[in-house]
Design a protein around this ligand. Sequence first.
Ligand SMILES: Cc1cc2nc3c(=O)[nH]c(=O)nc-3n(C[C@H](O)[C@H](O)[C@H](O)COP(=O)(O)OP(=O)(O)OC[C@H]3O[C@@H](n4cnc5c(N)ncnc54)[C@H](O)[C@@H]3O)c2cc1C
Length: 340
Amino acid sequence: MRVVVAGGGLVGLTLARLLRAHDPAPQVIERMAAGQYVKRGFMLGQQGHDALAELGLLDAVRSAGRPIGARPDGSAAAIAVEVGRVLALLAEGLTVHHEHSVTGLREADGRIVGVEVEGPEGTRTVDCDLVVACDGFRSRVRSMAGLRADVAPLAEGKIEWMSPMPVEASFGMEYLSDGGHIGLISWPEGSFGWRTTDRVGREACLAPGIDALKESWSRLLPATAAGVAGLTSMDDVFYSEPALLTCPEWWRPGVVLVGDAAHFFGPETGASAGIGMADAHALARAIATHPDDPDEACRAYEAWRGPAVRPYEAGDPSRMRLEGASIPPAAPDERWPPAA
Ligand SMILES: Cc1cc2nc3c(=O)[nH]c(=O)nc-3n(C[C@H](O)[C@H](O)[C@H](O)COP(=O)(O)OP(=O)(O)OC[C@H]3O[C@@H](n4cnc5c(N)ncnc54)[C@H](O)[C@@H]3O)c2cc1C
């Protein structure tokens, strides 16, 4: 089975590493340059730890980060780690076609049989038996394949900051009076805070400025005080309007969705990456079990992952807030942006 991995983020690299013994080796196509990635505060949930253990990388990720919580066997429930460290560990020894994008799918007799790849040298076609869409939330491969994506915008906005100052706790989170939340993650080289906000757009959300932000965070979640104190500019503060993603079908002949291309959870789950890495783990096993039959491999992948992933989608606190009863208004001293 010739496999093309579209996207060399956490999930695509995990899959490619797990398939390193597969013949022929999968082709990994990544649009960003080598070493480039989206910096983010990051906790890697236990859902992804088995894949890392199989790759022999779990101890290295643990030593690069800090433990969060504990499972019954005493191991960490999650690891707070700078995401670039995990990406670098996964990429070791892999050939990735950086600065190349999957821009088209080739179809014959109702199945996807190849991809078009655009790079500095122009456009080329790669024939394959299975395209794995690891190209994230806005997956172009998913839409080119015509697989449905149900996107549910959340009622709230989100503000985040990244600071070079670590704080004592590796994790903290509190719910706010309106059902929103405020939290922190801290790894050895820095810290990250997030909170839900009124959905007012970037300009209005960032307008109160850095001093107001420091005051509010230190008061509502005192464990973040040293982290926000390390912020020097609003350039390290980001506003977004999150949405949830669920896809009723994860594959059609010749193409399969994994990771953020298949599902995206609300901010307080902290599980999207781990679940995506576990998708890659299951798909790698399915391909190893059905090396000559991509459809059977996709069927096995869906049968294994459905019972693991669908309950996370149904029980996502953000989805429950979206679909649930009316939410009380935020307490005035908790609101962001603060009332004028
Ligand atoms: C601010 C922020 C904080 C987060 N915090 C957490 C957290 O604490 N815990 C957690 O579990 N998750 C967290 N997540 C989510 C987590 O980062 C993702 O779940 C995880 O990175 C998913 O990996 P992925 O490989 O599926 O997708 P992505 O990381 O989005 O990778 C997709 C890759 O595909 C490439 N690509 C896209 N289109 C193409 C194309 N056409 N051709 C070739 N390449 C392409 C992109 O360049 C990218 O490298 C956070 C996300 C954000 C944005």
